[in-house]
Design a protein around this ligand. Structure first.
Ligand code: IPE
Ligand code: IPE
Ligand code: MG
Length: 267
């Protein structure tokens, strides 16, 4: 089990262990070029390749990408169907490469509405890559933060009715979709909107947020580096004061040191 940011002080470092991204702006990227929205989604898949590679090279251990939200069904049926097709093609064409590169693939969200073909591809890809250890790539598809919390609460209540009324954080977190990952250190949203859009509501409790106007198809390794550089300057207090961080006990101080150094350099 990983540390909970609200129950213990997590160790931090200059390179985020877990990066979570809302990949937004594909439609606007296409519109700027007088192209159909789907052209933006296609370019967006290329950006996913670039960012997966860049994260692996930088030592990020977990990358979680929001690909389709539980509210994206409200889009025109044609667009929803193109997005599903792109997801399916990516599963068919990219998994072997991920596997060769020692990347573990996980997909979170309510997959049933996508149909049996996609569910089977996902389960097969997860099984093939289960033993890989360089980077865990999670795709959130038909995912919603509220859905995640509700499915977790319902399963917990069914499996542990004896504890009803006395549930604690540690009881619930194993039932949440991302139970195999530490909480995200860095959240990035491209496309200029500054909102969470029902992404990881539970997990973002103490995540550092980075919003950039860059549209997802234009996001690249340099843009990722800018986000990580911004992250490295943040003072993550987890409820404490700055003064307390200065007087942190030895073990904790060494874990937090690179970040504090970066903070001092900027100040
Ligand atoms: C993000 O880009 C991709 C998905 C939500 C599937 P958008 O399609 O939301 O692009 P904009 O926000 O309309 O530019
Ligand atoms: C968030 O983007 C969901 C994904 C990137 C998958 P949206 O474009 O759907 O978000 P809103 O509607 O602008 O909040
Ligand atoms: Mg959008």
């Amino acid at each position: 089990m990983f540390t909970s940011s609200t129950r213990e002080i997590p160790a931090t470092a200059a390179v985020p262990r877990h990066v979570a991204i809302i990949m937004d702006g594909n439609g606007r990227w296409a519109r700027q070029r007088f192209l159909p929205r789907v052209a933006g989604h296609r370019r967006g898949v290329e950006t996913v390749r670039t960012v997966v590679r860049a994260c692996a090279e930088r030592g990020v251990g977990y990358l979680t990408l929001f690909a389709f939200s539980s509210e994206n069904w409200r889009r025109p049926p044609d667009e929803v169907s193109v997005l599903q097709q792109l997801f399916r093609t990516a599963l068919e064409q990219e998994v072997e490469k991920l596997h060769r590169n020692n990347i573990r693939l996980r997909v979170i969200g309510d997959l049933a509405p996508f149909g049996e073909a996609i569910v089977s591809l996902v389960r097969a890809a997860e099984a093939t890559t289960a033993g890989n250890s360089l980077l865990t790539l999670t795709i959130a598809a038909n995912y919603g933060g509220r859905w995640d919390l509700l499915q977790a609460m319902n399963r917990l209540a069914v499996e542990h009715p004896e504890k009803a009324g006395r549930y604690e954080e540690a009881d619930l977190s194993p039932y949440l979709c991302l139970n195999y990952a530490p909480e995200p250190d860095l959240f990035i949203r491209t496309g200029g909107e500054e909102r969470i859009s029902n992404f990881l509501l539970w997990h973002l409790a103490y995540t550092e947020l980075h919003f950039t106007p860059t549209l997802w198809p234009d996001f690249d390794a340099a843009a990722l580096d800018a986000a990580i550089a911004s992250y490295a300057t943040r003072e993550r207090r987890f409820g404490r004061t700055s003064e307390q961080l200065g007087a942190a006990p030895a073990a904790e101080a060494s874990a937090a040191a690179p970040e504090r150094e970066a903070h001092r350099r900027r100040a």
